[in-house]
Every structure is written in structure tokens, then in C-alpha cells.
Design a protein around this ligand. Structure first.
Ligand code: ATP
Ligand code: MG
Length: 443
């Protein structure tokens, strides 16, 4: 028996509810000897109170008691949150099936028959104490597992967040990389454009000058022809020659040629002028080798930028120019052209179907301003203070890097200037670039 005692959970508490003193005394002595703590109640009512107070590990409950019987006591025990998990073993003389079933029904875990055999009682008590200990251990382990699970879920959530942030960072890096590639591409395109512009410039130059000579030659030729006609008409006996002359003129359609050559020359000169303008715009825009500060005519920069982006905006908007009188501005002209380009393209993108982009300029004291107004979608209030953030874009993935305005902001700041924005939803936006005519510390 002593070996069993060692295995018993240390100082387990047993509540005996029984109205038979002899029975109680025998059980209490025996269990006490085994190192268990015993608490006694003499009826159901008292038993309920003790159970709530002591919270024993097991209850030995007599069935036949005056007042509240064992079954009712058990039913009431099971109704209490605090003690319902404590195993109850009935002690009963009623061993008919109905009574036994009733005992289990009201929540008993086992029963011993009266008069009790002390070894049997101990065997059952021990089994249920062990079961309860195991149950408690399992509950604790479950608790630990649940906590571990929660920690794991939290860790997983944190990892997921981290991974999402990393993805975002990778996407941003990719965008920055794309933007770098783009600006490298722009730079080499700029060089290419400037090279081509230079190459085209020469032939255009001599074609232009040849056109001038051709015009003179034609004028001389027609004047000579008119003079011949005059001479022939004035010579005596020239009727035949005059007729022949008229016939040749008629056959060669000289009058038509005279008029058409004038038209063709004019068209060709216009065409040449357009090619020259494009070449000039390409040169102005790329400004290759002009990383230096210079005194520039901003209208010139605006016009060449408009020429370059014309293709992008002509299907969306009519461009209205309202230029004021501007002094030359000390600036990095090619970089300011980039700013104008970003603002013009943003304006075109903001217009859904067709609208107007108005470019205004003016001067106040030592400052000039360039305003680019659109009749587009406008900027919602809640994103207004984010549009200059690098990578902020409302355009679909892949179509905007969100760097246009942040780069422009940087360039304008470098010039000691500022950009102001006004916008109204569904009416349009206007971006105004203010620049000092002579920045204090250029660069
Ligand atoms: N004129 C405008 N009208 C309405 N919204 C604008 C206008 N200009 C800028 N925005 C808003 O500001 C955001 C940021 O503009 P930004 O030029 O920096 O980047 P993006 O145009 O989206 O991309 P990209 O790098 O190709 O220029 C735009 O996505 C858009 O939501
Ligand atoms: Mg943009």
C-alpha cells in the first residue's frame, strides 16, 4: 500500500459527505494514514458549502442521507461552475441498475457499495485522482499549446507583414531602377537626337539656300520669257512668230507653271521651316553638354517641350498659350524642360476625353512663374499632400513610377523656387512653378 501512497498526488484533498459517523471515521482514518487531507460534511447542504470553499480533488458522496439525498447533492454540485469538474464517487447500498444509472446521470464518475470495502474505495479513489491529475495536466498542456499557437500565429503574421513590406520595397527598388534606366535612355536618346539634329541641319541648310537660289532663277527665267514675248510682239511682220510663240506657251502651260512653281516653292519652304523647327526643338530639349547654369528664355524651353510632347497630348487637349513678358532666367534649362514635360504629361493624363491645357507665364518683382492648368479630373483632398512623395502614384502598376513630381520638386528646389498646386475635383488642377530670376546659390 505504501508504494501506492507515493504515487498519490501530494496532499490530495478528499471531501467525504456522509451522515453515518462510523463510516466517516473509518474512511477518514484510512485516507489520512495514506497522506491525504480529508474534509468531512454530514449532509448534502453542508457538503455543497464545503466543496465550494475547499475545492477538493475528489468527493465521496453518500446516497441515502436525511434532507437532500446524494443524487440531488451531486446534481447541485454539477450546476456550480467552481466545482462541477470535481469527480464524485457515490457510496450506496442501492445497487439496482436504475439507481446506478441515476448516479451516473446526475454526474457521478463511479460508485462503491455499502458497507464499503476500504481497499476498493482506495482503488477507485486513486484511479480517479490519477485521472483527474492527468486531465489537469492535459488541460495545462493544452493551455501551453494554445499560447504557443497564438505566439506562432503572431510570428507568422509579423513575418507576413515583413514579407509584404519587402515586396513593396523590391517593387520600389525596381521602379527606381526602371526610372534610372529610363533617364539613362533619355540621356542617350537626347544625345542621339542631338546628333541626328546636327546631321540633318547641314543638308537642310543647303537645301534651304538652294531653294532661295531656285526662286531667284525662276524669277529671272520668267522675266526673260516675258521679255522675249514682248520683243516678239513688238517686231514688224511677226504675226507668224507671235502665233508660234503663243502655241509653244500654250503647249508648255507656261501660265500654269508660273503660278504652280510659286505655290510649290512656298509649300517647300514651309516644309523646310517645320523640319528646322523640329531640329531646333530636339537641340533645345536635349541641351547636350549644357549642364551649366545659363540665362535662358523659358518660353523657348516651353515651346520646345510642347513640340516634343505634342504627340502625347494632341489627342487629349487643346493647348492654349498665354505668355507674359519674361526676363532671361538663370537656370539649368534642360532640367526645367523636364519639369515642364512632367507637368504637361500629368495634365494630359488627368484629362479623360478632351480638354484644355493652358500654359501661362508672368513675372512678379524678381520672380517668374509658369503655370500649367488642365481641365482634368482634379486631385482628391486626401492625396493632395502625398503627390510629391517619391513613388506615389494613382496610375495602374506599370504605367506610372510616381517619380515625375518628386523629381520636378527636386529640380525646382535646386533653383531656389517652389511649386504650388490648386485643384478642384472634376474641374481641373493647376501647377505653378515659381522661380527666382537670379537664384542666390545656383547649384
Ligand atoms: N494634373 C494632375 N491632375 C490630377 N492628378 C495629378 C496631376 N498631376 C499629378 N497628379 C497625381 O499625382 C500623382 C503623382 O504624380 P507623378 O507625376 O509624381 O507620378 P505619375 O504621373 O503617377 O507617374 P510618372 O512617374 O510616370 O510621372 C499622380 O499619380 C496623380 O494621381
Ligand atoms: Mg507624372
Amino acid at each position: 500500500m505504501s508504494a501506492n501512497v507515493e504515487k498519490t498526488p501530494h496532499a490530495a484533498v478528499i471531501l467525504i459527505i456522509d451522515d453515518t459517523p462510523a463510516n466517516v471515521a473509518m474512511l477518514a482514518d484510512y485516507l489520512d494514514d495514506l497522506g491525504l487531507r480529508v474534509v468531512v460534511a454530514q449532509d448534502g447542504e453542508e457538503g455543497l458549502g464545503r466543496a465550494e470553499f475547499v475545492k477538493p480533488d475528489l468527493i465521496l458522496l453518500d446516497v441515502m442521507m436525511p434532507g437532500m439525498d446524494g443524487f440531488e447533492t451531486c446534481r447541485r454540485l454539477k450546476m456550480s461552475e467552481a466545482v462541477r469538474d470535481i469527480p464524485v464517487i457515490f457510496m450506496t447500498a442501492l445497487t439496482d441498475t436504475q439507481s446506478v444509472v441515476k448516479g451516473f446521470k446526475v454526474g457521478g464518475v463511479d460508485y462503491v457499495t455499502k458497507p464499503v470495502q476500504i481497499e476498493e474505495v482506495w482503488a477507485r479513489v486513486k484511479t480517479h485522482l490519477d485521472l483527474r491529475a492527468m486531465h489537469q495536466q492535459l488541460t495545462q498542456q493544452n493551455q501551453v499549446l494554445r499560447q504557443e499557437m497564438e505566439i506562432r500565429l503572431e510570428t507568422e503574421e509579423a513575418l507576413r507583414k515583413l514579407s509584404a513590406e519587402q515586396q513593396l520595397l523590391i517593387a520600389k527598388l525596381q521602379a527606381a531602377h526602371d526610372q534610372l534606366l529610363q533617364s539613362e535612355k533619355m540621356a542617350s536618346l537626347g544625345q542621339l537626337a542631338a546628333g541626328i539634329a546636327h546631321e540633318i541641319n547641314n543638308p537642310i541648310g543647303f537645301v534651304n539656300s538652294n531653294m532661295g537660289s531656285l526662286q531667284n532663277y525662276f524669277e529671272t527665267l520668267f522675266a526673260a520669257l516675258d521679255a522675249c514675248e514682248q520683243v516678239v510682239a513688238e517686231s514688224p511682220n511677226s504675226t507668224q512668230i507671235v502665233a508660234r510663240f503663243a502655241q509653244v506657251k500654250e503647249e508648255s502651260e507656261i501660265d500654269f507653271l508660273k503660278q504652280d512653281i510659286v505655290d510649290l516653292m512656298k509649300e517647300s519652304r514651309d516644309g523646310l521651316k517645320r523640319v528646322k523647327d523640329i531640329v531646333q526643338s530636339l537641340k533645345d530639349f536635349s541641351h547636350v553638354g549644357e549642364a551649366n547654369w545659363q540665362d535662358a528664355d523659358l518660353h523657348h524651353g516651353l515651346d520646345s517641350t510642347l513640340n516634343i510632347v505634342n504627340n502625347e497630348i494632341k489627342y487629349k487637349a487643346d493647348v492654349v498659350k498665354q505668355y507674359g513678358q519674361l526676363p532671361l532666367v538663370r537656370c539649368l534649362a534642360s532640367q526645367l524642360n523636364q519639369v515642364f514635360m512632367n507637368l504637361l504629361i500629368n495634365a494630359a493624363h488627368a484629362i479623360k476625353e478632351r480638354g484644355t491645357i493652358t500654359v501661362r507665364t508672368g513675372v512678379v518683382n524678381d520672380w517668374v512663374w509658369v503655370e500649367i492648368c488642365d481641365t482634368g479630373a482634379g486631385i482628391p483632398e486626401d492625396i493632395m499632400n502625398r503627390i510629391f512623395e517619391p513613388f506615389f502614384t494613382t496610375k495602374p502598376v506599370g504605367s506610372g513610377t510616381g517619380l515625375g513630381l518628386s523629381l520636378s520638386y527636386g529640380i525646382v528646389r535646386k533653383h531656389g523656387g517652389r511649386i504650388e498646386v490648386r485643384s478642384e475635383l472634376n474641374k481641373g488642377s493647376s501647377f505653378t512653378v515659381h522661380l527666382p530670376v537670379n537664384p542666390a546659390n545656383p547649384g
